[in-house]
Design a protein around this ligand. Structure first.
Ligand code: GSH
Length: 143
């Protein structure tokens, strides 16, 4: 059993199963990337809903995990060296989970960087562009 009480976010979202990886997210395009990865790798996890309706992402407890007020974020109670490990940014989380489970990323350098290049392509290019298409088509200018 790992003690996650050192992470202030656990005061607002107490873990029921602190031995499991804790996911703080919402089913948005960036949020579901990590949910899909967790499901595909078979890692057990406990999800916590960060509601934008109540501006949960701006709460001090959430900001203690990601000062950039964005989901998704995780705490792995069994991180490197067996210590609890917190991480935000979906791309960083995907890489971490791939390395942790040795799935979805080859160990050889060439295969590894070919995988990372597509991750960077998604994170820095097509992902934000699609996000803007959605925002301007669905929300911008509407009251
Ligand atoms: N680069 C970040 C982007 C995350 C992001 O934009 N998350 C959005 C939802 S898809 C969010 O949390 N928005 C809340 C806000 O900006 O207040 C990542 O990939 O994790």
């Amino acid at each position: 059993m790992n003690n996650l009480t050192a992470f202030p976010i656990t005061k607002k979202w107490p873990p029921k199963q602190p031995d499991l990886l804790q996911l703080y997210s919402l089913p948005t395009p960036n949020g579901v990337k990590v949910s899909i990865m967790l499901e595909e790798t078979g890692l057990a996890y406990e999800p916590h809903l960060i509601s934008f309706d109540s501006n949960d992402q701006l709460s001090p407890e959430f900001l203690s995990l990601n000062p950039n007020n964005k989901i998704p974020a995780i705490i792995d109670p069994h991180g490197p060296n067996g210590q609890p490990f917190a991480l935000f940014e979906s791309g960083a989380i995907l890489l971490y989970l791939a390395d942790k489970t040795k799935q979805f990323i080859p160990l050889d350098v060439v295969g590894r960087y070919h995988t990372i290049q597509w991750l960077m392509f998604q994170m820095g290019g097509i992902g934000p562009m699609f996000g803007q298409v959605g925002f301007f088509n669905k929300f911008a200018g509407k009251h």
